[in-house]
Design a protein around this ligand. Structure first.
Ligand code: F6R
Length: 612
């Protein structure tokens, strides 16, 4: 979590730094701070709360300086106060450090540094690094890069660090271990940031940084070395999305914009995936047909919304490719003894590609001999880089903390993998594959249709604004959709919400139902399993006990017992989650707006969860 920006060049540094922080605020918003390099001293300002508090605190006559660092925080060690806000300084106030991650050995470092006379002024783990770097900077004759290399050798944990020193303020030094950092190459100016979004207005040229690599930027150059000081060649890549994609585009919130981005995001993820002779084209998997035939088991690992996408995908892959699929929360995965071998394909799903719980699970799976395939939305992020192969979703930047378009594109991306495996393993005929792919191509239009008719849903939402509990029911492949609907409502509107499999109600949860309890049920299409009838019975069961039931149902399906029906276009069971999710996203969004919560940046959360 935490957003980090560094700038050095001819501009007045405050502009790219504050703009960059605004773009990175999704990563954490407990406090914000800057350190600007003036002549032989640093100008430092930091404030608890959102970036706006920092901006309000900046003096009108701020000196024009040309380099600096900025930070937006998601608190771990020490509460969200002014003194715990970054940057942290050494005792002379000449060296400033910002940090994302956790320094696990901070307390032993702090004792050692205090014994050497350093006075601390915060409760953070980061401040130890500022004092340590300060000593090492002196020991290395004022060479900040050498000092950073030496400092990192003393640190345990995960971190991105940026440092600036008043004696050479045009130079900014950074390092990363298990936490994101990317450099941006401008014309006579250079950038460092947690995410390319911070500098996309200025350059499309980015440089990837590897594990334990130390980067030094000045207006003229970017250099990278390893911890022993050996030069590392720059790995440059081009940023493929433009600044407009990271703007609200006239919508009141990023989340609403991203809900409306979904038809295009799905279409972009699906485009060009079927050849003229009906072969699914997924060269990115880097697997031969033989290797695909040898897979005995698939383990999907992911967190939160991405985990729900994995749960949905299990139904499709098992049905089409006839490969057993287990789906596991990434943070639990390596704390048991998962059965892994080279015939196990591990699919790691992540929007950000930086989720620490997932990264650790990926490393565990790889070390045990599995082939790891990432499904990811963020180019060149850590999880794809550490996986054997990556299939990118093409959702574009997702800025709102609550995931929407990433979820739908994750589902369709894994469905493509399922179709490919089924085709290679001869579980589906060419015609079946073509028909299924054609049905997928219809999904963007159907999502569009739902979005064109959301007004009545928005009105309906208002009736539930005061409810303090809302339950979601699904069966079969709609069960993970119910979980996703509940997660969206919890995180956005801070309402107690739970998702249940309809059949489980009678085994306990039905005791929660009383007069007026709101229940949202997702009706599956009628199919060979007759699950729609089972869900209709579940609806009767809760209604008989006083529940107010809203049903999301395919056009034309008969629904009995609902107070309200939300219609979605007809598709087959395996594709319905893509459609049924959309009204649930809108529902959570509208309730959050009506309750006045911070939709794009809900309390206590961050977009990129880089701590375990
Ligand atoms: C919920 C949400 C989170 C993320 C989860 C995984 O709306 O956004 O549950 O889905 O933190 O994040 P990624 O996909 O970046 O690994």
């Amino acid at each position: 979590m935490c957003g980090i920006v560094g700038y050095t060049g001819p501009q007045s540094a405050i502009t790219p730094i504050v703009e960059g922080l605004r773009r990175l605020e999704y990563r954490g918003y407990d406090s914000a701070g800057i350190a600007l390099g003036t002549n032989n001293s640093l100008f430092v300002e930091k404030r608890a709360g959102k970036l706006a508090n920092l901006e309000a605190a900046l003096p009108a006559n701020l000196p024009t300086v040309h380099s600096g660092i900025g930070h937006t925080r998601w608190a771990t060690h020490g509460g969200p106060t002014d003194s715990n806000a970054h940057p942290h300084l050494d005792n002379e106030g000449k060296l400033a450090v910002i940090h994302n991650g956790i320094i696990e050995n901070y307390s032993e470092l702090r004792k050692e540094l205090e014994a050497r006379g350093h006075a601390f002024s915060s409760e953070t783990d980061t401040e130890s690094v500022a004092h340590l770097l300060s000593d090492l900077h002196k020991e290395h004759g004022g060479d900040l890069t050498a000092a950073m290399r030496a400092a990192v050798k003393r640190l345990r944990g995960s971190f991105t660090l940026l440092a600036i020193h008043a004696d050479a303020p045009q130079t900014i030094v950074g390092v990363r271990r298990n936490s994101p950092l990317v450099a941006g190459i401008g014309k006579g100016e250079n950038f460092l940031a947690s995410d390319v979004a911070a500098f996309i207005d200025y350059t499309k040229r980015a440089v990837e940084l590897g594990q334990d690599e130390v980067v030094t930027i000045s207006p003229e150059a970017i250099t990278i070395c390893d911890l022993e000081g050996r030069a590392v060649a720059l790995r440059e890549y081009e940023i493929t999305w433009d600044a407009a994609a990271a703007q609200k585009g006239g919508f009141t919130h990023f989340m609403l914009k991203e809900i409306f981005d979904q038809p295009k995001a799905i279409a972009d993820t699906l485009i060009g995936r079927l050849s003229d002779n009906n072969q699914i084209l997924l060269d990115e998997l880097h697997m031969s047909d033989d290797e695909m035939r040898q897979i005995k088991r698939i383990s999907v690992i992911a967190c939160g919304t991405a985990y729900h996408a994995g749960m949905v995908a299990k139904y499709a892959i098992e049905k089409w490719a006839k490969i057993p699929v287990d789906v596991e929360i990434a943070s639990e995965y390596r704390y048991r003894d998962p059965i892994i071998d080279k015939y196990c394909l591990v699919i790691a799903i992540s929007q950000s590609g930086e989720t620490m719980d997932l990264l650790m699970a990926v490393r565990h799976a790889k070390a045990a001999g599995a082939r790891v395939l990432a499904v990811c939305n963020t180019n060149s992020s850590t999880i794809p880089r550490e996986s054997d192969a990556v299939l990118y979703t093409h959702a574009g930047p997702e800025i709102a903390v609550a995931s929407t378009k990433a979820f739908l594109t994750q589902i369709v991306a894994i469905y493509l993998i399922g179709l490919k495996l089924a085709q290679v393993r001869k579980q589906l005929t060419e015609k079946e594959v073509r028909d299924l792919y054609s049905q997928m191509l219809e999904l963007p239009g159907k999502v569009e249709q739902i979005l064109e008719t959301i007004e009545p849903l928005r009105e309906l939402t208002r009736k539930f604004v005061k409810n303090d509990t809302i339950l979601f029911l699904g069966r079969g492949i709609e069960y993970p959709v119910a979980l996703e609907g509940a997660l969206k409502l919890k995180e956005l509107a801070y309402i107690h919400a739970e998702g249940f499999a309809g059949g489980e109600l009678k085994h306990g949860p039905i005791a929660l139902i009383e007069e007026g309890t709101a229940v949202i049920a997702i009706l599956p299409p009628a199919d060979e399993h007759g699950l729609d009838e089972k869900m209709l019975s579940n609806i009767q069961e809760v209604k008989a006990r006083g529940a107010r039931v809203v049903v999301i149902a395919p056009e034309g399906a008969e629904v009995i017992g609902a107070e309200h029906i939300i219609r979605i276009p007809v598709t087959s069971s395996l594709f319905q989650p893509v459609l049924a999710t959309v009204p649930l996203q809108v529902f959570a969004y509208e309730i959050a707006v009506a309750r006045g919560t911070d939709v794009d940046q809900p309390r206590n959360l961050a977009k990129s969860v880089t701590v375990e």
